[in-house]
Design a protein around this ligand. Structure first.
Ligand SMILES: NC(=O)c1ccc[n+]([C@@H]2O[C@H](COP(=O)([O-])OP(=O)(O)OC[C@H]3O[C@@H](n4cnc5c(N)ncnc54)[C@H](O)[C@@H]3O)[C@@H](O)[C@H]2O)c1
Length: 314
């Protein structure tokens, strides 16, 4: 049984706890949150799992094989570094850290520690995004002309994620929170990308995250990548990752739905290939057992961070 420790028991921490609980080869052996009531309540829900309010105490006292770091981004570096110092396998939330320097130092430390170092980028395991990648590789769009990432939010932070940090320029905003998923996909599917031009807009509150971004990036072959982000706009939330080619157009809409069409035809919903659905936790288990596994590692997290920071800084 793989003993898992979880640091950060908020929205996403709770989601993965269920996944670890459900997998026959993993068990939650210790949990930690700086908010004592949250740690206590979660421990009770889990039937008396040892809980901590200080991650170092958990790392010192609990016997763990894997630690999942699900604290807000500005704490990733300190917490992940302490996990790696113990030589424990690690799963870290995205983005890897809160600056390129922090991400680089975590990558170096993880490689030196010789442990499994994984990131939670769920698009790498879901049917819609894997079908998008498969269709691109099968040349559905033909010669690539442009990639576009549209992120429009009626409200930021979104109603289900009303945390102060998500709304802050310091460690939040949708370029960081949502955009980094697609930066990682862009790099994985289409290769290296350079940031050419960034225009950010901010609300009056100087501590608040961006309310608009317009950016142009470029793939190695010169293909332009347009990022169009806006919050506090009318209408529905829309996150569209689209590849335009000389033969067709293909989009991944709102994380999961596929839409596409050939030039001269209508764009229509496409069925995702559900046989491509994979599981992060199953792949972590395989990696820890030394078996071949799909792991998005800290190198990928570091590379995404380099682009992310250029976009955040404008
Ligand atoms: N991979 C995804 O799809 C996805 C989705 C949402 C959020 N996230 C990422 O997950 C992380 C957490 O996001 P969230 O929405 O769950 O945030 P959250 O604010 O709901 O939860 C974070 C928790 O961490 C605790 N915490 C803060 N500092 C701590 C510390 N030093 N030690 C222990 N506990 C600490 C807080 O008390 C809180 O309970 C962020 O990095 C976010 O970007 C990833």
């Amino acid at each position: 049984m793989i003993k898992v420790g979880v640091i950060g028991l908020g929205a996403i921490g709770q989601r993965l706890i269920k996944g670890f609980e459900d997998h026959p080869e993993t068990e939650i052996a210790a949990i930690c949150d700086s908010m004592e009531s949250r740690a206590k309540d979660t421990a009770a829900e889990l039937g008396g799992t040892p809980f901590f309010t200080d991650h170092q105490a958990m790392l010192d006292q609990a016997e763990l094989d894997l630690v999942y770091v699900a604290v807000p981004p500005k704490f990733h570096h300190q917490v992940a570094s302490d996990v790696l110092s113990k030589g424990i396998h690690i799963l870290c939330e995205k983005p890897l850290a809160n600056s390129v320097e922090e991400a680089e130092s975590l990558l170096k430390q993880a490689e030196e520690a010789g442990v499994i170092h994984a990131m939670n980028f769920p698009l790498n395991y879901s049917a819609g995004s894997k079908s998008f990648e498969k269709l691109i590789k099968e040349n559905y769009v033909g010669e690539l002309r442009r990639i576009q990432l549209k992120m429009h939010f009626p409200q930021w932070p979104r109603p289900w994620q009303q945390n102060a940090w998500v709304a802050s320029k310091e460690q939040g905003g949708y370029v960081l929170e949502v955009g980094v998923h697609f930066i990682q996909q862009l790099q994985k599917i289409f290769g290296a990308v350079k940031v050419k031009d960034v225009h950010l807009q901010f609300p009056e509150d100087s501590q608040a995250s961006e309310n608009a971004i317009l950016a142009i990036l470029q793939l190695e072959d010169g293909t332009p990548v347009l990022i169009d982000g806006m919050s506090q706009v009318a209408g529905k939330e829309e996150i569209a990752f689209t590849a335009f080619g000389d033969e067709g157009t293909l989009s991944l809409l709102n994380w999961a739905q596929l839409e596409g069409g050939k030039v001269g035809e209508e764009v229509q919903p496409l069925e995702a290939d559900t046989s491509l659905t994979d599981s992060l936790i199953e792949n972590l288990v395989k990696a820890i057992k030394g078996e071949p596994a799909v792991i998005i590692d800290f190198k990928a997290g570091y590379e995404a961070q380099i682009v992310l920071e250029q976009l955040r800084k404008g």
